[in-house]
Design a protein around this ligand. Structure first.
Ligand SMILES: *Cc1c(COP(=O)(O)O)cnc(C)c1O
Length: 461
């Protein structure tokens, strides 16, 4: 054993290897030295344990180069989403439109008038860029953009209801996911939650009866990730607005609506049930509406707060607004996304809507194309009907008919794991002894990468 330990090369000898010397051009020397040391240390431990045979020098160098490649690979990488979940929260929710990505790139590469008023030459506001566009699209008087919808809700409640009461239906004191619970957010904001009604049924009078001198707001929270069916009822927004307006003393409470996804387009023409639109909330007379930028809006992560000018001004002046402010890349991408709505081109240009609007016929054609290619390579594939989902906290339980590529795999878990390790990684769905791939969520330029990952993954088995 002594013999073998001594036979391990020195760090310098490994560093002198031509392949390792070449790697020194792309990696800092101390990082390469560290990787070599670790490899040698592992080899030494293996030898001392008597378990493994002598490490050949070329293999040792292979190992060093493999470690370096892993170090050089970005941690955040593009993934092919073949799961059929359009707004997959773990896969980054909405992919951006070309226009939005290009706008973010320009904002990233150059200086901009982010906080500079080009007319007066004086300091401007980063929040001014989107406001008129958002108002035009939603019908609101004023608008504000923050980091995400969770911060929009927190900020709105902090600025408008701190130290006072907010009345929420018991069926809406919910958890949205990722640790976002309405009761906790309310507590964090310094507002006091007043829950009314029963879990399944809340009536307008439950709200009316709970209003007192301490009431700052009546709040509705959209049930964005669950459904209640059966013996259920809750007040409409119009009823909440009416109840609030009927309060003469000590002044009408606000009506706050957390829409969650919030869509500007009607979902019904796409075969989905109606997801409440931002315009509907504003038209119903709601004072403050909050929604996400990267759910059905199809833009970057952001939280939009729209509503009455007086309340939006109050929120704008709150110190927390600065802490939750949105980055210029986000602003650029969000503005470009909203411009697609202004042009009436959202369904054509925004990936989330393209994916929702694509016809089952063209999904079938695409899946058939994949099947033909993989069958020619000898893989056990078929095209089967199935369902895609919207996901990401919108339209719970709703599905869209699709056609899936089904690949028979005796050990589907192992194949799925290999596909996650391919480059780019592929995420499909496992169903019994099959792996399913939904063309709906695979971007059009990803076909080749998907098919080669599937072939390579299947033949390694
Ligand atoms: C998704 C969601 C949130 C959180 O929005 P993020 O943009 O993820 O921060 C809050 N409320 C509701 C009702 C939601 O659906």
């Amino acid at each position: 054993m002594q013999q073998s330990l001594r036979s391990l090369p020195s760090v310098d000898r490994v560093l002198a290897d031509p392949r390792v010397r070449e790697a020194l051009a792309s990696y800092r020397r101390d990082i390469v030295v560290d990787v070599v040391r670790r490899r040698l240390e592992t080899a030494r431990r293996d030898l001392a344990a008597g378990g493994s045979p002598l490490v050949a020098f070329p293999e040792l160098v292979d190992g060093v180069l493999a470690d370096l490649t892993l170090l050089g690979r970005p941690s955040l990488r593009p993934v092919i989403n073949a799961s059929g979940v359009v707004l997959h929260t773990n896969l980054g929710r909405a992919p951006l439109s070309r226009e939005a990505a290009a706008a973010a790139q320009e904002a990233a590469l150059r200086y901009s008038n982010l906080e500079f008023d080009l007319d007066s030459g004086e300091r401007g506001s980063r929040l001014s860029h989107l406001e008129s566009l958002v108002c035009r699209l939603t019908g609101a008087e004023a608008a504000l953009v923050v980091n995400n919808n969770a911060s929009a809700v927190l900020l709105g409640l902090t600025a408008l209801a701190q130290g006072r009461e907010v009345i929420v239906s018991r069926s809406q004191a919910v958890e949205i996911g990722g640790g976002f619970r309405i009761p906790d957010v309310l507590r964090q904001s310094g507002a006091r939650l007043v829950e009314v009604g029963a879990t399944n049924r809340t009536h307008p009078r439950d709200f009316a009866d709970a209003i007192g001198s301490e009431t700052a707001a009546l709040m509705r929270v959209h049930a964005s990730n669950f459904q209640q069916i059966g013996f259920v009822t809750k007040p409409t927004l119009a009823e909440l607005v009416q109840i609030a307006q009927e309060v003469i003393w000590p002044g009408a409470p606000l009506v706050i609506d957390d829409l969650g996804s919030g869509t500007l387009l009607d979902t019904v023409p796409f075969g989905l049930s109606p997801e409440p639109t931002v315009q509907q909330s504003i038209a119903a007379g709601v004072d403050i509406v909050t929604f996400s930028g990267d759910k059905l809006l199809g833009g970057p992560q952001a939280g939009l707060i729209v509503g009455r000018a007086e309340q939006i001004d109050e929120i704008r002046r709150h110190p927390l607004t600065r802490a939750l402010r949105v980055d210029k890349l986000t602003l650029a991408a969000l503005e470009a996304t909203l411009q697609a709505y202004r042009r009436g081109k959202a369904v054509e240009e925004i990936p989330v809507w393209q994916m929702i609007a694509v016809t089952p016929e063209s999904l079938r054609e695409r899946a058939e194309g994949w099947r033909a290619r993989l069958a020619a390579a000898g893989l056990p594939v078929a095209v089967v009907p199935g369902q895609s989902t919207i996901g990401g906290g919108s339209l719970p339980g709703e599905t869209l008919p699709t056609f899936l590529l089904a690949l028979v795999a005796p050990h589907p878990d192992e194949l799925a794991a290999r596909l996650r390790r391919s480059n780019p990684p592929v995420v499909g769905r496992i169903q019994q002894e099959r792996l399913l791939f939904d063309p709906r969520t695979v971007l059009l330029d990803e076909d080749e990468a998907l098919l080669s990952a599937i072939s390579a993954g299947s033949t390694q088995a």
